[in-house]
Design a binder for this molecule. Structure first.
Ligand code: ATP
Length: 454
């Protein structure tokens, strides 16, 4: 995927991004890494809301590709792998981008990001392009010499390929079947940027789906549909998603075909997930390099062969960012002070919302707090809940809207009653998107919320 780094004018898209970045910080979704030391370029930390959102994204993926299918197995391989893995996979020789340096300001750029062959920052002359390997290198053990060089994995996929036989043996799966894993990957990107879109440390959700060669093309098409639907089912606006087939000249040498699922980010269409037909390239390389037989024995065909692979490879951080951007909206809502006001609301799907239910006692009166706390302690065994009794009710609603909480439960004086009036033991559920309010008896609250959330 290429992006233009040449300086652009302020656009509404950029304004929207600035608002989202500011909200992400203010509400605890995403912070700059090591901020108190001036920050570390392209590294980010997920705060209290961000970690919940990101975990929900991963859980939704895991549920759809593993729990709801019977042809998949999961795994979790280590980040550090035998250096030969990266020789076999071709990463040592060719996991590189052409890079150029500015002779004047010394900044470094990815050549294919540039529109003109001058420095986009200062207009200075650029050096000839050089290949730059993007794998992070470190040393295993106390001796820092060439024999101990080890790499931080640049993708999770190879952890699956080298375990193909192990998983096959223990699961006794038959083709077609897949292996899924989620984990960190590291790439020393020349030009990271656009918030968490392109960073040097990120997380991937990858599937290697093994098929007979003759079924690969059809299976590839099926995965395109499955994965497009996944984003839609979690609330991404369908018009903001598209499939783009790789041109012959951008196709990786090992791939028979590749598609990107792209999202219409505020700066334009960019890759969310790549879905490639990798043929039998990786297993062939590892069989050759390791000298181990990695073939699959097909009992129906009575034949051994290396299966073809369809690889849907998604980024956790990129999809989390897309979900955040797509959920972001501003609307006019009645103000508690009268009139209307602009409210910012994250319209997350229920599955992704960090907090599902917020319990808000109308005031800090002891009896209200007592009842509200009892409800909170009961509900949180079933749903991720928040309890908030600080500030005016209007401000508390806005806080919950800004983190995308689909339902607020308000405990008020009608609930507990007053001196001359008995309480109705009911509470109000407020709907984030429609602002509709529904009165529900406390004893039926959990069931009702369960219905609403599912
Ligand atoms: P790009 O060209 O956009 O850097 P890529 O084509 O190199 O991406 P793949 O190797 O196909 O990416 O990786 C699969 C997925 O992993 C991507 O679709 C993306 O969601 C995620 N990903 C890759 N590189 C990064 C990165 N530097 N930061 C965040 N996510 C990434």
């Amino acid at each position: 995927m290429s992006q233009t780094k040449n300086k652009a004018k302020e656009t509404p898209g950029q304004e929207k991004m600035e608002k989202i970045i500011s909200l992400a910080k203010r509400r605890g979704f995403i912070f700059q890494s090591s901020e108190i030391y001036g920050g570390l370029n392209s590294c980010y930390d997920y705060g209290p809301m961000g970690v919940l959102l990101k975990n929900n994204v991963k859980a939704a993926w895991w549920k759809s590709v593993l729990q709801e299918r019977d042809d998949m197995a999961g795994m979790d391989s280590s980040i550090l792998m035998h250096p030969q893995v990266w020789v076999a996979s071709g990463h040592v020789a060719s996991f590189s981008d052409p890079m150029v340096d500015c002779k004047v300001c010394k900044k470094r750029f990815r050549q294919d990001d540039l529109v003109e062959q001058v420095c986009p920052e200062c207009g200075g002359e650029l050096t000839e392009a050089r290949q730059f390997n993007m794998m992070f290198k470190t040393f295993m053990g106390p001796v820092e010499d060439a024999a101990n060089v080890i790499y931080m994995r640049p993708e999770t996929a190879q952890g699956i390929f080298v375990n193909f036989k192990n998983v096959l043996t223990v699961t006794r799966k038959k083709l077609p079947f897949g292996i899924a894993q989620i984990g960190k990957a590291f790439r020393n990107e020349i030009t990271p940027g656009k918030f968490t879109f392109r960073t040097r440390e990120f997380e991937q959700m990858e599937i290697e789906y093994f098929v007979r060669k003759e079924d690969a093309e059809k299976c590839h098409q099926e995965w395109l549909e499955i994965r497009m639907n996944w984003y839609k089912s979690l609330g991404i606006t369908p018009e903001n998603l598209r499939l783009r087939q790789h041109r012959q000249d951008e196709l990786a040498h090992y791939a028979a075909a590749c598609y990107d699922i792209e999202y219409n980010f505020p700066w334009g269409w960019s890759e969310l997930e790549g879905i490639a037909n990798r043929r039998d390239y990786d297993l062939t390389c590892h069989e050759k390099e390791s000298g181990k037989d990695l073939k699959y024995f097909d009992e129906d065909l009575k034949e051994s062969f290396l299966p073809y692979v369809i690889e849907p490879s998604a980024g956790v951080d990129r999809s989390t960012l897309a979900f955040l951007i797509d959920a972001y909206s501003e609307d006019e809502a009645p103000s508690v002070k009268g009139g209307v006001e602009t409210r910012t609301v994250l319209r997350f799907s229920n599955a992704l919302a960090p907090i599902k239910v917020a319990i808000l006692p109308l005031s800090r009166k002891d009896r209200l707090i007592e009842v509200a706390e009892r409800i909170y302690k009961d509900l949180r065994r079933s749903f991720f809940c928040d309890f908030d009794d600080r500030g005016s009710i209007g401000k508390r609603y806005r806080r919950q809207d800004e983190v995308g909480t689909p339902f607020c439960v308000t405990v008020d004086f009608d609930t507990i009653g007053e001196e001359d009036k008995e309480g109705d033991n009911s509470v109000t559920i407020r709907f984030r998107d429609t602002l509709v309010q529904e009165r529900v008896p406390i004893e039926g609250l959990k069931v009702r919320l369960g219905e609403l959330l599912n």
